[in-house]
Ligand binder design. Structure first.
Ligand SMILES: *Cc1c(COP(=O)(O)O)cnc(C)c1O
Length: 471
């Protein structure tokens, strides 16, 4: 340790000293004592760590009473904030799992607030005045939209898959194509979920090609289920073959075996009408006659996190009765959000314009270009020539492990600031209130305007204004 470090360490006061200063001036009101003491301790610990690390930027003037109080106030303010906060998604990834996947339409969010802050008929049948089913609020409309005989919902699609396998195939065999043994986002892997459910996986076919005869040859007394998994997040091209779901349903009928399809990001809207790659909709999947179809509520559906199970009455009755169901129970806030989202689907054009995920996926390039221009112009108008903003053509992504090959032409705004590295801009934006999440490309901080909401344009511009130091 050199003499500068030693003298800085001597300057560093104890917690009690800063506490005393605080009590005299109270820079932040209404701070619980425990939070205050902890924040002061954290502030001093951080300074000590920086001194010991030989941080060149430290000097004695930073250890004055006012400076220390300021630092402590920053730490206090930080710890009084919520950890979970809204952010501005400028990544262009529409269904961004790390940023909360889907945003609920305002009308849906209002319904969640209303239902969750009041008593409700969550499990009470108002017609007969007795206990009712938790799913009754969404089951009928799910059947109406999907064409299925029966429907239920659980916490998420991973839960829906697990519960279905546990109910229909525990202790027995499930036949799946080798090409469909997928991993979804780190921890959800079909073979592992299968193992946990107590079902035995029987892989058939090869990685790139699976035929009807492969499935049929694997059927035996122990077989309980034929499963197809949508390979959401990857795509096979070239010399490939898979058995269409409707053929597998016919095979199931021949051997009296139920057939299940995990759709992953199920959608009620045929996005090919809007120029996207064709994916089977929930309705088309149900129409094949599959016994069980599972999908997420918050991927391409654009609703709350939920696992939706639709299909044949007998299979669904068994799944509903499984005691494991209780552990995966959907809560009332989710139900309130899901019901309100599903109502929007009664009119497809309304769904596409009102549900943010759908709106962003189908956003006309002209409107994205317009948002980019508005942001660039606002930044220019701020009149600081250290900041340079350019418009860049790029491609957004669907995200959520859906449509991995889909190109979504978009416009981005790239920002460069004299005296700031792109890394530094990225960090400042990420730590702003609200945080702005973009990416770095060719030394520019790049914001994809597809996922930036209209009212966020002004927020981004004012954040840039704030970070530029007065000249
Ligand atoms: C995303 C996905 C899941 C998991 O769904 P969650 O709603 O994230 O639990 C399961 N299967 C497939 C094919 C998926 O794409």
């Amino acid at each position: 340790m050199d003499t500068k470090q030693q003298s800085l360490l001597r300057k560093l006061p104890g917690v009690d000293h800063v506490l005393e200063l605080w009590d005299k001036t109270k820079p932040v009101e209404h701070v619980p004592r425990a939070v205050l003491v902890q924040s002061i301790r954290t502030t001093l610990d951080r300074l000590r760590t920086r001194i010991l690390a030989g941080d060149e930027l430290l000097n004695e003037t930073m250890f004055g009473d006012n400076q220390l109080l300021n630092l402590a106030a920053q730490t206090v303010n930080k710890s009084m904030e919520f950890n979970l906060k809204r952010v501005i998604n400028a990544t262009g990834v529409v269904v961004h799992t790390n940023l909360g996947r889907s945003l609920l339409p305002e009308s849906v969010a209002r319904n969640v607030a209303e239902i969750s802050s009041r008593y409700s008929n969550l499990e009470f049948d108002l017609e007969i005045g007795a206990r009712g089913s938790r799913y009754s609020s969404v089951a009928d409309i799910l059947c109406e939209i999907s064409g299925a005989e029966a429907a239920m919902v659980v916490n998420n699609n991973a839960g829906a898959v697990f519960l279905s396998l546990e109910t229909l195939a525990k202790g027995k065999e499930v036949i799946v194509s080798r090409g469909e043994l997928v991993e979804i986002g780190g921890s959800f892997r079909i073979p592992e979920v299968m193992a946990r459910s107590g079902a035995r996986l029987v892989e058939v076919g090869t990685t790139n090609r699976t035929h009807m005869s492969d499935y049929e040859g694997a059927i035996r007394d122990e077989t309980a289920l034929l499963l197809k998994v949508h390979t959401s997040n990857y795509s096979m091209v070239g010399f490939t073959a898979e058995v269409p779901l409707k053929d597998l349903v016919a095979l199931g009928a021949k051997y009296h075996l139920p057939v299940m399809k995990d759709l992953g990001s199920g959608s009620f809207v045929d996005f090919s009408k809007y120029g996207l790659i064709k994916e089977p909709t929930v309705q088309e999947t149900v129409a094949t006659g599959a016994d069980v179809v599972t999908f997420s509520g918050d991927k391409m559906l654009g609703g709350p996190q939920a696992g939706i199970i639709v299909g044949r009455k007998d299979a669904l009755e068994r799944i509903k009765k499984n005691p494991v169901n209780r552990a995966l129970r959907i809560d009332k806030m989710t139900l309130a959000a899901l019901e309100a989202t599903l109502h929007l689907y009664r009119d497809e054009s309304k769904a596409v314009s009102a549900i943010p995920t759908l709106r962003m996926l189908t956003l006309p390039p002209k409107l994205i270009a317009n948002k980019a221009k508005r942001l660039r112009n606002r930044l220019k108008k701020q009149g600081d020539d250290r900041l340079e903003a350019v418009i860049i053509d790029a491609s957004s992504r669907v995200g959520g492990g859906a449509l991995p090959l889909q190109e979504l032409p978009t416009r981005c705004v790239g920002v460069r600031i004299k005296g700031f590295s792109a890394n530094r801009i990225e960090r400042i934006m990420r730590e702003a209130a609200p945080p702005i999440i973009g990416r770095i490309e060719n030394d520019l901080f790049v914001m994809d305007m597809r996922t930036v909401q209209d009212e966020e344009i002004a927020m981004i511009a004012s954040t840039f204004k704030k970070i530029l130091p007065e000249e």
